[in-house]
Ligand binder design. Structure first.
Ligand SMILES: O=c1ccn([C@@H]2O[C@H](COP(=O)(O)OP(=O)(O)O[C@H]3O[C@H](CO)[C@@H](O)[C@H](O)[C@H]3O)[C@@H](O)[C@H]2O)c(=O)[nH]1
Ligand SMILES: O=P(O)(O)OC[C@H]1O[C@](O)(CO)[C@@H](O)[C@@H]1O
Length: 699
């Protein structure tokens, strides 16, 4: 580090990477990972904590692509440059062939680093092959690396669900990803879906080592962007009635993006054709017959479908566009009160959805992958099953036919998009890199006190309270701070981050079924696998899920809420649900912990798992006496933890009658609400009782 400032070496090997005028979609691998990387680098340049960056990619020659991709160095600005390394082959290689260059790329990168006047502090690898290179270079040089997958082979395999050209070679890619994941100091994911669902089946999966930092969108470029005569002309020349609303898709023309499904949906629906034109931007091309096979075949299929359904005059599919045109394309669709559609079989994240949101264009997006998070955050559209053309049609018509809904989605997207901010991303990113480069001493190894707080309604609920708690916590050097929540690890980390709450040393998540300790080096969390072993006894997840699915009449919550040791359902207003499920499972010999909360949610956990038992486990692991533990909560799902702890704080804003329950009579009912109540309660137990049994304060 240079005076505390960080030198980051990015590695991104596939596609046609250059600093400006990126020809997105010119090859199957020239897409979102480059957009992400260039935006990240630009935002990193605005953060004083990073003083130098290199983007290492592969040099190649190809008659169809520009000469610049063979240039060894391209300077972006005073802090950043692109370095193109020579590997064994100098040909353009699709990412499926990059493995042939692994050895030569490792040697080239080690040699390149040796020539630098200053060694990079950290490497950041983008996509599988770069991750493997980083792992091997890290082993040779000692430079740590972080990893961003952008897309994962296992998820792609599941999306295709059959043997085909797109799934060939995925076993090799998955093995490469395993190596990249295993060696990374930390993994940066773009969404909770990626962190909790997409990575989940990897052998090296460890949620505590993944941090979710959502990417941003270039608001300046997209928000309020006006239409452009040149772009309008690019589109309008295809159309009989160019003033009609527009159904817009922008994606690399690869099979996973499933653009053909959108043409099928449009071609089969006279209502859609009457309501709107279809505009597809799928990369740029001169002679499509000379393109890579996947791109060539996808373009050919789109053209055949347009012909088959006789969609001439209704579909625009420009051959060329410049990167600068994209914002005006969204504006073209917005001014015609159109809809953006992403029908991908799986979309790991989906930068186009951020662009559409920023442009004020409602979206219809695949329900598989990152769009879950984006649409939930932005409230700007509808998720659909990408394999169902009728679902795609209904969703588009639902928005086009309802002007009030269109306006609501348009406004919601353009407001909520501020949640996706590159500067905010880089603030979190820099914090992570600094911890990776210079591990802080964070874990209170021998605390005098363990404070365990619930999140929602207890720690969080009042912004000033959280600020007061953060200041208070910073002064409590003998306190280990833990969270106990029904949220998953990444949901908890996200909400704590959003509210600027202090980072806990311990997280008890998913209603006590998972426990994480902040690692000694501080950047990531280690999972308590001993706890996993304890609660796994007698838990047959598949059998329980099958029984509940067949007989209990409950709707499962989203895949994000389903964990290895937690099955979650909706039980709206069905107050007898917990009893019914308990009886059903008991009848089949399953003893589980069943928790119904907020009248709406029902969680099924292994018998031994709860917030209270998890707190007790942590207490023992830290070697503390029961009198050294204080827990704090506010509502029904905290009762068991509050009941089983000698020192229980019930914050002043409690619900579910906590303040008057006989089984919580040992607790302290604070006057202060939320985090202020927690501070007050700790003071009470410390000062008034000196950890002796306490009397209940009458409030
Ligand atoms: O003809 C095209 C096609 C795409 N784009 C742009 O290219 C980018 C594409 O990004 P994205 O929609 O995120 O898709 P991918 O290219 O598939 O990117 C991969 O990497 C991204 C960054 O991690 C993730 O968001 C994706 O889910 C992942 O598939 C966007 O800025 C598009 O506007 C164009 O400009 N013209
Ligand atoms: O569809 P796949 O094989 O998962 O690949 C995703 C592609 O998206 C990209 O991020 C596009 O830039 C590339 O890294 C990669 O080629």
């Amino acid at each position: 580090m240079n005076g505390g400032r960080v030198f980051v070496l990015h590695i991104a090997l596939q596609g046609c990477l250059r600093a400006t005028d990126v020809e997105y979609g010119i090859t199957a691998d020239t897409g979102g990972h480059i957009r992400y990387l260039l935006d990240l680098v630009a935002a990193s340049g605005r953060n004083p904590a990073i003083d130098r960056m290199e983007i290492v990619t592969r040099a190649f020659h190809h008659v169809a692509y520009a000469e610049c991709y063979a240039e060894p160095v391209e300077t972006i600005d005073g802090t950043t440059r692109i370095v193109r390394l020579l590997s064994a082959s100098d040909a353009y290689l699709v990412k499926e062939e990059l493995w042939t260059e692994h050895d030569s790329l490792v040697e080239a990168l080690v040699a390149h680093i040796a020539t630098l006047d200053r060694a990079p502090d950290v490497m950041h690898a983008h996509y599988a092959d770069a991750g493997l290179i980083a792992a091997r270079v890290s082993a040779r040089t000692g430079i740590p690396y972080v990893f961003t997958a952008h897309s994962l082979g296992r998820v792609k395999l599941a999306a295709f669900d059959r043997d085909c050209a797109e799934t060939a070679g995925l076993d090799r890619r998955i093995a490469i990803e395993e190596e990249a994941i295993a060696g990374a100091a930390a993994i940066i994911a773009s969404s909770r879906d990626e962190a909790e669902v997409q990575y989940a089946d990897y052998a090296a999966y460890d949620p505590g080592r993944i941090r979710v930092f959502a990417p941003g969108s270039d608001l300046k470029q997209f928000a309020n962007c006006a239409t452009d005569a040149h772009v309008d002309a690019l589109i309008n020349r295809f159309l009989d009635d160019p003033d009609k609303p527009v159904i817009l898709a922008i994606a690399r023309p690869v099979t996973k993006k499933n653009l053909a499904a959108l043409v099928h949906a449009y071609g089969r629906s006279p209502a859609l054709q009457a309501a709107a034109n279809l505009v597809i931007l799928a990369g740029t091309r001169d002679d499509s017959t000379t393109l890579e096979p996947e791109i060539r075949d996808n373009i050919a299929e789109l053209l055949q479908l347009i012909d088959r359904y006789d969609l001439y005059g209704k579909v625009a599919y420009p051959k060329q566009h410049r990167p600068d045109d994209i914002a005006a394309v969204y504006a073209h669709a917005r001014t015609r009160r159109g809809v953006f559609v992403n029908p991908a079989l799986n979309e790991p994240f989906g930068l186009t959805l951020l662009e559409a949101a920023a442009s004020g264009l409602p979206v219809v997006a695949t329900d598989s992958g990152g769009p879950n998070d984006i649409v939930e955050t932005c409230g700007n559209g509808i998720l659909v099953d990408p394999r169902s053309p009728s679902a795609i049609t209904d969703a588009i018509l639902g928005i086009l036919d309802d002007p009030a809904l269109w306006s609501r989605y348009s406004a919601a997207g353009s407001v909520a998009i501020r949640a996706y901010d590159w500067d905010r991303h880089v603030q979190l990113y820099v914090g992570l890199l600094e911890e990776v480069v210079r591990p802080p001493e964070v874990v209170e190894r021998d605390p005098a006190l363990l404070l365990v707080s619930d999140i929602d309604g207890t720690l969080i609920g009042c912004a000033q309270g959280v600020d007061a708690f953060a200041a208070w916590r910073a002064a409590q050097t003998d306190v280990a701070f833990a969270i106990a929540t029904g949220r998953s690890f990444h949901s908890a980390m996200a909400v704590l981050g959003q509210h600027d709450a202090p980072r806990p040393e311990i997280l008890i998540t998913s209603v006590g079924s998972e426990i994480y300790y902040r690692a000694v080096q501080g950047a990531v969390y280690d999972r308590d696998t001993e706890w996993d072993g304890i609660i796994a006894a007698g838990w047959d997840r598949d059998a329980v899920a099958a029984l509940v699915g067949r007989y209990a009449g409950l709707t499962p919550q989203s895949p994000l809420e389903q964990r290895r040791f937690k099955l979650s359902y909706f039980a709206d207003g069905d107050m007898a649900a917990a009893e019914r499920v308990r009886a059903l499972l008991a009848e089949h010999g399953h003893s589980c912990s069943i928790i119904q909360s907020h009248g709406r949610y029902l969680d099924i956990l292994p018998h031994a798992a709860s917030k209270g038992t998890a707190v007790e486990h942590v207490r023992r692991r830290l070697g503390l006496e029961p009198r050294q533990v204080i827990v704090a909560g506010d509502s029904g799902n905290d009762i068991e933890m509050l009941r089983s702890s000698r020192h229980a704080i019930i914050v002043g804003n409690y619900s579910d009658g906590l303040g008057s329950r006989a089984d919580l009579a040992h607790g302290y009912v604070a006057i202060g609400h939320h985090a202020r109540g927690v501070i007050e309660g700790v003071a009470y137990f410390r000062e008034a009782a000196k950890f002796e049994p306490v009397r209940r304060r009458v409030s």
